[in-house]
Design a protein around this ligand. Structure first.
Ligand code: SAH
Length: 383
């Protein structure tokens, strides 16, 4: 089967997790800033789209070359056998970006790339400069970095953070792939309690349950490549059937989400239901200060309000103080709190074991980590 050079794109800071996920799928890769590069066939493309929890999209790298003049860009783009990927009626918008490159005008780079592909295809299909663009969509991007051009074709469509389960998202949702990435940065394993005290639309709890149940995050949605005529649909059918087989609905999970706002609890429940996880998560309306437990070695993952809006700062910092007081007795629990308030520790009342810089969309945040005691070693089973 035809082999492609592929890239999984991700938010900056998340790429190592994408790399680990690819290797766990048995796919070798190289991690660079904001991306992981790998090779594979159509089946690899679907597997990556279906199973990667932390990536944004999977793209085919169609061409890579140096260009410092528009003529260079035009000729080298035209030399690529686009007809192998794009049918005569393909709709192919060309997006662009340029960083530290001689060809800095992004609209011009887009226009030249488009013209070169139109030229190539209209000669190939004998259409003499006129292509209908009435068929399936093939989103292309021309990206220049220090005069190196990378031409990519997106196979995903709407970003992979859109799993298809979120019916409503409330006011301050976390992207699903960012939530999954944060969970993967914690010590949580499916045999430990998981708790989100400010669960909002339920994203952390649903992502944790999907990990616990081994559900493929892309199972309930379609990928753009599945609309392309040359794509072998049986590959997606087979891989989805395999994913269904691998789902584990039997293991015990202890996942709880609470929020002070009853509307958010209703939304979280509906979203979990939509994800097929209605029975796997407990959602309850509650003020986070009312939390107490006799369970041990649990993990708290929280995305509390940040107080970005004027006048909210004080209330939010009071909340952080309450969190500190409430969680202090839980010395076997680990706590992971994401906020853009970099003075968080002084309100919470103790120094984090570790901090990690992450971007929640465009907003710089830190994941404040408070590691709990390690669970005792399980006695070795007799062979
Ligand atoms: N991660 C969530 C968004 C969390 S927004 C998502 O993906 O949807 C912060 C949430 O904290 C809001 O839903 C708000 O209702 C809740 N909240 C604020 N103060 C609280 C308190 N004292 N106790 C519990 N929840 C609180």
């Amino acid at each position: 089967m035809k082999q492609f050079k592929l890239v999984a794109t991700a938010a900056s800071g998340i790429e190592a997790l994408v790399g680990k996920e690819l290797r766990d799928l048995g796919i070798e890769c190289e991690v660079e800033n904001g991306k992981a590069i790998f090779f594979g066939d159509m089946s690899t493309i679907i597997k990556a789209n279906l199973w990667l929890r932390t990536a944004d999209r999977i793209k085919i790298i169609v061409g890579e070359f140096e260009a410092t003049t528009f003529e260079d860009l035009f000729e080298q783009t035209k030399a690529i056998p686009w007809e192998d990927l794009l049918p005569m009626d393909a709709e192919f918008p060309v997006a662009g970006k340029s960083i530290k490159s001689t060809l800095y005008s992004v609209p011009d780079c887009q226009a030249i790339t488009k013209k070169a592909i139109v030229n190539r295809l209209s000669e190939h299909y004998s259409r003499y400069g006129r292509l209908p663009e009435t068929g399936a969509k093939f989103p292309i991007e021309v990206a220049l970095l220090k005069d190196k051009v990378t031409l990519t074709l997106d196979t995903t469509g709407s970003s992979l953070f859109k799993r298809g389960y979120r019916l409503d998202k409330g006011g301050a949702p976390l992207k699903e792939n960012m939530a999954a990435a944060i969970i993967k940065l914690t010590t949580w394993r499916k045999d430990r309690p998981f708790y989100d005290p400010v669960c909002g639309s339920g994203t952390f709890c649903i992502e944790a349950a999907m990990i616990g149940r081994n559900l493929a995050p892309g199972y309930n949605r379609q990928f753009l490549i599945e609309t392309w005529s040359w794509f072998d649909k049986s590959i997606a059918t087979t891989l989805r059937a395999e994913a269904k087989e691998q789902a584990d609905y039997d293991c015990e999970l202890d996942i709880t989400g609470t929020d002070i706002d009853p509307k958010m609890i209703a939304i979280a429940k509906a979203n979990a239901e939509q994800a097929g996880l209605g029975d796997s998560i407990t959602f309850k309306q509650m003020n986070l200060t009312d939390f107490n437990t006799t369970k041990e070695y649990g993990v708290i993952v929280a995305n509390p309000p940040y107080g970005e809006r004027l006048g909210e700062e004080e209330a939010v910092q009071r909340l952080y103080k309450e969190m500190g007081k409430t969680y202090k007795p839980l010395d076997t629990w680990s706590k992971y709190i994401l906020t853009s308030d970099l003075t968080f520790e002084s309100h919470y009342g103790s120094r984090a074991t570790k901090k990690r810089k992450l971007y929640n969309g465009a907003l710089r945040t830190d994941l404040f980590q408070y590691w709990g005691k390690r669970p005792p070693r399980q006695p070795r089973k007799e062979d």
